[in-house]
Design a protein. Structure first.
Length: 106
């Protein structure tokens, strides 16, 4: 499975191009073997770097290499996956962070 659909990639690039700081989260990626969830809202296509809330041990805003996420293979042979049921463009980064702090699952 591709990590991003064409529409998601376009929206992430659009958010970066228009410098939308409070853009809604476009995609949620996760590690099916353990720790690692990324709620992304921007993408710099030339550098293949996405921005959003990265939750490994604790949630923090930052950058992540899409190349590294695409190339990751866990111990059981699984790679990073896209949550196909995550509601796109519904929550801001702040809203996602608040929900995670309250113990909600997204």
């Amino acid at each position: 499975m591709e990590l991003l659909t064409k529409a998601q990639e376009q929206k992430l690039i659009e958010n970066e191009t228009n410098n939308v700081d409070d853009a809604k989260v476009v995609v949620k990626l996760f590690n099916p073997e353990g720790a690692g969830t990324w709620f992304l809202h921007k993408l710099v296509k030339e550098d293949d770097i996405a921005y959003g809330l990265c939750h490994i041990m604790e949630p923090e805003y930052g950058a992540v290499s899409m190349r590294e996420l695409r190339g990751y293979i866990g111990r059981m042979g699984l790679g990073i996956e896209r949550d196909r049921y995550f509601p796109e463009n519904k929550y801001t980064i702040s809203e996602v962070e608040a929900k995670l702090e309250q113990g909600e699952t997204l």
